[in-house]
Design a protein around this ligand. Sequence first.
Ligand SMILES: [Zn+2]
Length: 223
Amino acid sequence: METKSEVVSLVNISTEKWPPRHRTYFGSLEVRSPAPGEPFAITPIRGCTGVMDLGDKRTTDIRITAREIAEDIAREINGDSGEGSFHGVFVAAGELPTAAELSDACRRLEEFQRKLVAAADLEWERTKNPMFITDLERRAARQLGLEKPWLYDPKPLVECPVCAEKIKPGVAVCRSCGAILDREKAAQYGLVPPRRARRDRSDTRAEADGAGKQEHEPDKTSQ
Ligand SMILES: [Zn+2]
């Protein structure tokens, strides 16, 4: 039965732009994001009539309430990023969100963002590899105003002058071919004998006194 048009408010406190939502019963719907300086944006949601296929060319209309649709969209947007996933979208009880609803949503969003940042910190500690930090985690850190070493793009790689493999700038030894690229640094870590002591060790291959020259250990390149 078609009653007076019911409308519920889907509230979004995140500045994230969501791709439009699609449903067979209403087509496409854009969830609004707050304008700069606005604490939230409201997307009004109306109820719809869907058509249910009963088979044998018989169909029946089913009424889907505005609240059901709004809850469904909120669940879809919030719920795809793991445990406690929340992206700042909720259905207000009334036409406008109450202060309590808004502060609850802010708290949940911040909680989830902190969780993402903690996961990124852990990943960083383990790997020091910015490739393993997700866009979601970077965005969370930025929105919380946190400075993190993993927020930035990795330093561009350079080419090993010996084997032309991509290597990190400033490394002592090429990981690919074993060439010593920074003798001083390599000696510091005991990878080559210190310069002075070298003369006593006739067995080391690094005998040639080509100071400043890169050395190559060809045994590691052969595959
Ligand atoms: Zn190399």
